[in-house]
Design a protein around this ligand. Structure first.
Ligand SMILES: [Mn+2]
Length: 255
């Protein structure tokens, strides 16, 4: 009997260095808090964890420390902001420093990870080049066994052709994948699409563009014999995150 699964899913965190990145780091801390509070079985980071590839030590160490708070299997793919160019931030990192539970899928052709204790497999692909010929869902494997069949992809969902955009993901690709849950990244607003039996979801960025808009992530529930469900989980408005980060700075300054 396959077991129920709780999946915590984020993407497009866009971590940056310096003071202006403080609210983003607060937001990522809240994402990790949510993984722990929901007792998630699996934590998926579907691309653009970092805003750019020149991120240096302090933020890298921050990410190791945050991911080390999580005990469940954690899977990371790259996006167009932290893609697999030479000297890219993800390529320079050693996620073993965060713990053995963290896996970066850095294969351009994609890779399937198997988690026997979760009765689940996770397929993902790193992004090498964000251009119109890149198809994030290319090579998605069919379900082969009676396990949760989960996918990760970073790209732009279109439900009509003629879109002259890079890294396209289509309804047919989603339906054909047969994934029980497809964790998407790239679009910053929370959005869900059901095609065939597959529930695909953009988690939404933890930090929204607008100061008063709420950033978010996704918490998905898979139960045997039932449709997958996902909820949008609020992380906070940009203003709230900035206020918290100022408080943290003040305490740090006093201490
Ligand atoms: Mn992106």
């Amino acid at each position: 009997m396959i077991r129920p699964l709780t999946i915590a899913h984020t993407s497009d965190v866009h971590l940056i260095d310096g003071d202006e990145g403080e609210n983003v780091r607060v937001a990522f801390t809240r994402v990790v808090d949510a993984v722990i509070e929901h007792d998630a079985d699996l934590f998926l980071i579907a691309g653009d964890l970092f805003d750019h590839n020149r991120i240096h030590g302090v933020v890298i160490d921050f990410v190791y420390a945050q991911l080390a708070r999580v005990t469940c299997p954690t899977v990371i793919i790259s996006g167009n902001h932290d893609n697999s160019e030479d000297d890219a931030v993800l390529a320079r990192m050693n996620f073993g420093k965060a713990g053995r539970h963290v896996t970066l899928i850095d294969d351009a052709e994609g890779r399937v990870l198997e988690f026997p204790e979760l009765h689940a497999t996770v397929w993902g692909r790193c992004m090498e080049n964000h251009h119109p010929a890149h198809r994030p869902m290319a090579g998605a494997p069919p379900r082969t066994r009676d396990l949760w069949h989960i996918g990760m992809a970073h790209g732009f969902y279109v439900d009509n052709w003629g879109a002259d955009r890079s890294s396209l993901i289509t309804p047919a690709e989603i339906a054909d994948s047969g994934f029980d849950y497809l964790a998407l990244g790239h679009v910053h607003c929370h959005r869900r699409m059901l095609h065939g039996e597959t529930l695909a979801c953009y988690a939404g960025a933890p930090v929204s563009y607008g100061r008063d808009e709420t950033g978010c992530m996704a918490i998905a529930e898979l139960n045997p014999g039932a449709p997958a469900r996902v909820v949008e989980y609020a992380i906070g408005t940009r203003g709230e995150l900035a206020a918290v980060s100022r408080t943290v700075d003040k305490i740090a300054a006093v201490g």
